[in-house]
Design a protein around this ligand. Structure first.
Ligand code: B12
Ligand code: SF4
Length: 469
């Protein structure tokens, strides 16, 4: 069968700016491609770099796929629907399939006339079974882990057991051979590949959908599987797409040692919890020796009460210790913080000052968003004021703000003044020094795009005028 996998691009200004700066390889689709490529003709089309909607129409018309699959974050969900609508418009007989985090967290949102199947959770084996059943003309109702859309209703098949990560095939990176030179994140390493190592988290934070995806389990790959895949990757920089990479101390130390012994000469980035770093300085030291240069840490809040409100078990002291240990090992920290919609001006200032005090190399601020699939979503769903999922990009308030909306965004934008502080400027200088003039131009283009977006976030709310103070 001819199968087209589409890496979607949302049309919103924020996401368009994001795709210029942070453009990672479509790892999920490379996994799906690996699942079916042996028996079928597979193409992967990336709307971010291969011509957007016009390019998509062209590939649909010329390749004439019999199966079209796509997926994305909540803020990309309306674009996913449009992709599959276009596919059906050009060939009503083609099978349309959607998967990914939004499909997993809120499958009913994909009950749509142009979508045939919704894949909940891990998609590799489900997708293989779907394509095989479609080819045979068999029913999809026997395949676990699906929402089957039929006659205006969504029928759920039984839950699919979680796949152990070592059982998955390696992602097929040949599917993105033509686009690979354009993937990366210049601040970490322009030529960057993504790689899975662990999945899930032992945390139970109320704003996070990651632990619910794995029923609270922490899945991991073996050293042998990691080394075998690493040897197939050309890019010099690798980012682990985990939620928390180094929870398992013996495994983490064994992998760091094996990587060092192999002498692959790669650099690594990975997300880490502050309490993991604080409790295991020896693991950070081993990984720094193995090539770890960057990490993303969920610092989140400036005081323990606010952390506890979110059921986050790290403490302000963990955050302080984590930054100290990272600096001692020359690992750069991208710290992630969120502003609660009920923040006052003083609370904005407290959080911004805390990030300066910690000396975070690259502070990233978001708006606390009750994403589907989280406890927080269940807690506040009655208070939602923004129902347009295009704006659920962690940069727009979707529940009422205490400050008038425009002031809320002014404070939000002001937080990014921290990027002019000496420590952050030094971080940028260090990272930009390794770039070619062309890379630097692309980087500046994206960063200016973000500046423009942040200046006008409040206008994105369309009809929504904002709650009163
Ligand atoms: C790595 C990562 C990133 C990386 C790279 C992301 C990228 N898309 O290129 C970086 C750091 C750049 C990033 C950025 C962002 N991220 Co992010 N990210 C993750 C993380 C930690 C892992 C995702 C991953 O790659 N997993 C490994 C791959 C192989 O698994 P997978 O994508 O789930 O795919 C499998 C299945 O879902 C399924 N599947 C997926 N697609 C399809 C399609 C079909 C047809 C089928 C059948 C199956 C299927 O099968 C796949 C194969 O195994 C997740 C956490 C999580 N729990 O998912 C957050 C997460 C996805 N990110 C999130 C967000 C919000 C963002 C940002 C919007 C934040 C921001 N405002 O800047 C940006 C936007 C990125 C974008 N869309 O371009 C949220 C999304 C929540 C939501 N419902 O919207 C998550 C869940 C984090 C969280 N805890 O809230 N992110
Ligand atoms: S520690 Fe991070 S990954 Fe783990 S549940 Fe909390 S927010 Fe999610």
């Amino acid at each position: 069968m001819r199968i087209l996998l589409v890496r979607v691009a949302a049309d919103t200004r924020y996401m368009q700016a994001m795709y210029k700066v942070v453009r990672m390889e479509p790892l999920s689709l490379e996994y799906l491609g690996a699942a079916v490529k042996a028996d079928h003709e597979v193409k992967l089309f990336d709307m971010r770099v291969q011509g957007g909607w016009a390019g998509l129409r062209k590939v649909l018309e010329t390749f004439k796929p019999q199966v079209v699959g796509t997926g994305g974050d909540t803020c990309e969900s309306s674009a996913c629907k449009r992709v599959l609508t276009l596919a059906k418009e050009l060939d009503p007989e083609c099978l349309t399939v959607v998967g990914g985090i939004h499909a997993t967290s809120l499958p009913e949102d994909y009950l749509h006339p142009d979508i045939d199947l919704v894949v909940i959770n891990e998609g590799v084996f489900a997708f293989r079974e779907i394509v095989a059943a479609f080819e045979r003309g068999a029913s999809f109702h026997d395949i676990p882990g699906l929402g089957v859309n039929q006659e205006g209703a969504q029928h759920r098949t039984p839950k699919r057991p979680l796949s152990e990560l070592d059982r998955l095939p390696f992602p097929d990176r040949r599917l993105t051979a033509d686009a690979r030179s354009r993937y990366g994140f210049s601040l970490w390493g322009k030529h960057l590949a993504l790689m899975r190592y662990t999945q899930g988290c032992v945390g139970r934070c109320d704003f996070c959908p990651s632990w619910t995806q794995t029923d609270g389990r922490y899945l991991r790959r073996s050293v042998d599987s990691m080394l075998a895949e690493l040897e197939t990757i050309q890019e010099p920089y690798i980012y682990f797409v985990c939620e928390e990479s180094l929870l398992d101390t013996p495994l983490s130390l064994a992998l760091a040692k094996a990587i060092q012994e192999q002498g692959l000469g790669k650099r690594f980035g990975m997300p880490l919890r502050a309490d993991t770093i604080a409790a295991k300085p020896q693991v950070i030291e081993a990984w720094a020796a193995a090539g770890l240069t960057d990490t993303i840490v969920g610092i989140e809040q400036a005081n323990d009460d606010h952390l506890q409100d979110r059921e986050k078990t790290t403490t302000v002291q963990d955050n302080r210790d984590a930054l100290r240990i990272l600096k001692a090992n020359h690992v750069d920290c991208t710290g992630s913080m969120f502003f609660r919609p009920d923040f006052t001006r003083e609370q904005f200032t407290e959080l911004v000052n805390f990030t300066l005090e910690l000396g975070i190399d690259c502070p990233q601020y978001f708006v606390l968003t009750p994403i589907p699939g989280t406890k927080l979503y269940d807690k506040v769903r009655g208070q939602l004021v923004e129902h347009d999922f295009d704006l659920w990009d962690f940069n727009h308030a979707v529940t009422p703000t205490k400050l008038p909306l425009q002031q809320f965004y002014e404070e939000y934008m002001y937080a990014y003044q921290t990027h002019l502080s000496p420590g952050v400027v030094e971080f940028y200088q260090r990272k930009l020094a390794g770039m070619s003039p062309q890379e630097m131009e692309a980087e500046m283009d994206g960063l200016m795009g973000f500046r423009e977006v942040f200046g006008t976030l409040h206008t994105d709310h369309k009809e929504y005028a904002g709650p009163s103070a």
